[in-house]
Write a protein that binds this ligand. Sequence first.
Ligand code: AHR
Length: 499
Amino acid sequence: LTAHATLDPAFRVAPVDRRLFGSFVEHMGRCVYGGIHEPGHPESDADGNRLDVLELTRDLGISVIRYPGGNFVSGYRWEDGVGPVSERPRRQDLAWRSIETNEFGLNEFMAWAKLANVEPMMAVNLGTRGIQEACDLLEYANHPGGTYLSDLRRKHGVEEPHAIKLWCLGNEMDGPWQTGHKTAEEYGRLAAETAKAMRQVDSGIELVACGSSNALMPTFGSWESTVLEHTFDYVDYISLHAYYEQHGQDRASFLAAAAGMDRFIDGVVATADHVSAKKKSRKKLNLSFDEWNLWQESRFAGHTNLDWEQAPRLIEDTYTVQDAVVFGSLLMSLLRHADRVAIACLAQLVNVIGPIRAEPDRPAWAQTIFHPFALTARHAVGDVLRVETATDLYDTAEHGDVPLVDVVATHDRESGQLTVFAMNRHTEDRARLEIDLRAFGDLVVTEHLHLGGEQDLDAVNSIETPQAVAPISVEGASIEGRRLTASLPPVSWNMIRFV
Ligand code: AHR
């Protein structure tokens, strides 16, 4: 098996926006309570922030955090989460049939975001609520002072406005499971009017309209076009959500999950551009892939049988080496679309399908998927380069013909750093990767790391063995006559760096 590509620093897709390395914190399971916030834990500070989770968040290289949901936001009253903690109401959270104590709310989140050095991305409730409550929240958060709600924030001890720029207009409003689920017409109208009103409150914000909950939704495509007919002029982004898993024995399709992600992104770009053309607009609407990950969703018994627990253990999936390989390739898909995908959020950050796991009385630890994320966030810098990979295809039930080897590259003109990310999807054969680098000066390989290959593909990290799985350093990648040759083991995700 061979794969050939030619890289040229002049052929660029787009700069790598740091916002591609976002994540997501929802009031769900143990993501907030027992995840980022756990008063009394030996690793927590006086405010209950888990410092071990904060440190891992920074090590991951997270740039943006979407908050507070997710399905949760569609029944959330933001006012419950501000003011004296002792006076905050305990509520039913309808999305996850859990008890929400409201001990953690907007101001606690913003203090945490500052410590984590991340940009907040706030979602408003367009399920059970509407324009007024969205504007109220924005006024409370962003208006400097001299109005009832901005002065209330100051009374709550936050003198300076939070200056939150990124706002999501609801969550997965196309999903029948969503509290306050709407048709595309209903949501499109509401989102447009909410967007206009919110911009009156603060003209400096960026707004995300809800796209489809996944590419298999029966309304996918028509949902985007109807919603954008209404919102195109008032929003900055349309969202995408996707979770991938292996269905039954179909490993071939799972290894090609990034091909599904590519097609989903291309479909939304086409739909947004179609609406733009119809409107005779010159605006290019970008995408916010604000929930993505691997999730064994078919094993999740659903929302209806949950029983009003406080911070229950929900969907705490454990990720294998093979998962980390596929996960790394999803990041490659996002990078490949850096010209249109402006924001992406790995869902979620901790415990709930998280790269980080946290337990009472023990230090937090990193799952296998932590590694490709941290490495990509750190080393995908500068511009994404155009790559045409010539390699063999294989047939998959879910995605049709898919290349056996996938390659993405980034190049930083300032530092000269070139980074190649490559996945070999073949389950038995090594791939010989050859890259023509003649357009670059003299380069040397500084590092070749991989996950997969000779590692046990079922291996996982655990609280007892948190370091069991980590990327392996490989020898052998070489450059001769400005041509790279490297060997990619079967089922592997690779990162090769040069200067
Ligand atoms: O991330 C878990 C859930 O998945 C979110 O609440 C929802 O938006 C999506 O369906």
